[in-house]
Design a protein around this ligand. Structure first.
Ligand SMILES: C[S@@+](CC[C@H](N)C(=O)[O-])C[C@H]1O[C@@H](n2cnc3c(N)ncnc32)[C@H](O)[C@@H]1O
Length: 289
């Protein structure tokens, strides 16, 4: 398992937005560049107490969270006998089932084996799990895409990393946006001033309208944060969408606002009190970020 960050708050936001897009606009083809494992045994540490465990506890008090497909799907795994947190690929496979074809890429053998296990467990016949560089494989997948609407989820550790001769995650995101294929792109940061940074970078690479939903952890002292280790003030993360309907954007905006409300004056993993600042940003169609 290469992904140590499952079930933290950054995952909650990424997966809640992804599930909203999948629910409202189910794609016939789903591709993921950095798929991770299918599922992860839930860990009861401070980060997960603040992330997925707190989310499931408070969601019933906030309609947008309570009615989200993310809450329902994730709760069925977390509260199930095995106590698992589903990663993005398993969330997609669970929600879309046989109605979609899949390309799931990762470089980690343990993650690949777990994805194959889940594809078999769910009885999927059109699920390719590829141990390969996700940017290269999904760029080729994009060229071969037919008329069937597709969705690409890009969730990189390093948005600028590239294999020799290949493109970076941000460059691939621009190609996806330009192709008309739905895009869900995740980014993180650990300085309060970096809010929505990936949206600005991506908007410089494509003219396709983009929506960005950004959550920044705030406290009495804002930063520097530490995205890799802990959800401290100054840490933030966001999701960028392209080629999705206005209703989907509105639903994701409502989710972000509800997250901010649900985490108002929360006790952060470091024991201090904090908040979640939600901001949304758009580009294209004459709008400015
Ligand atoms: C943050 S995890 C993915 C989590 C998953 N998308 C989710 O939301 O549940 C990042 C994954 O990217 C994989 N990875 C890193 N570089 C990669 C590359 N160039 N191509 C494919 N996978 C890569 C790692 O092995 C790791 O499993």
């Amino acid at each position: 398992m290469a992904n140590r960050h499952f079930g933290k708050l950054a995952d909650v936001w990424k997966h809640a937005a992804l599930a909203e897009v999948l629910e409202r606009e189910p794609p016939g083809r789903y591709a993921e560049t950095h798929a991770g494992s299918g599922a992860y045994p839930v860990v009861h540490d401070r980060e997960r107490e603040f992330g997925i465990l707190r989310f499931l506890e408070v969601a019933p008090r906030f309609a947008a969270l309570d009615q989200s497909r993310y809450r329902a799907s994730t709760a069925s795994y977390v509260k199930g006998e095995r106590g698992l947190y589903p990663g993005s690929a398993l969330l997609a496979m669970t929600m879309l089932g046989e109605a979609s074809k899949y390309l799931l890429c990762d470089l980690d053998q343990g993650s690949i084996a777990d994805l194959r296990h889940w594809s078999r467990e769910l009885g999927l016949h059109n699920c390719e799990v590829a141990e390969t560089d996700g940017m290269r494989a999904v760029a080729a997948w994009l060229k071969g895409e037919g008329r069937e609407p597709g969705l690409v989820h890009i969730d990189p550790f390093d948005p600028d990393a590239r294999a020799p001769g290949g493109c970076s995650a941000l460059e691939l995101a621009a190609r996806v946006a330009d192709s008309g294929t739905r895009l869900v792109f995740w980014y993180g940061y650990d300085e309060a001033g970096a809010q929505a940074w990936a949206h600005r970078r991506l908007a410089a690479l494509t003219r396709t309208p983009l929506w960005c939903g950004d959550l920044l952890v705030t406290g009495s002292i804002n930063g520097p944060g530490d995205l890799g280790r802990a959800t401290t003030p100054g840490t933030g993360f966001g999701v960028i969408l392209a080629n999705v309907q206005a209703g989907t954007v509105a639903a994701c905006t409502a989710l972000g606002e509800a997250m901010s409300e649900a985490y108002a004056n929360a006790i952060l993993p470091d024991g201090s009190t904090g908040n979640l600042a939600f901001t949304s940003h758009t580009t294209g169609n004459g709008e400015q970020s």
